[in-house]
Design a protein around this ligand. Sequence first.
Ligand SMILES: [Zn+2]
Length: 61
Amino acid sequence: MSVGLLRSISDAISGGSDDDGDVFSYECASCGTEFDRPKTRMIGVRCPNCRSMDVRDASDA
Ligand SMILES: [Zn+2]
C-alpha cells in the first residue's frame, strides 16, 4: 500500500489545502466536464459547469 504516495499526489493537485485524499472521479454526460468529489459526497453529485445531475463514473474510463 503506497498511501503516502497517493496523499502526496493529492496534495500536489489540490495545492495541499485539502486533506481529503479520497476522491471519486466523475464525468458529466451533458458537457463532458471531468471533476472530482469526495467519496463521502457521492449522493446528489452535480456537474460544476452545467449543474446537470447526469454524471457518470470516470475513474475506470
Ligand atoms: Zn456538465
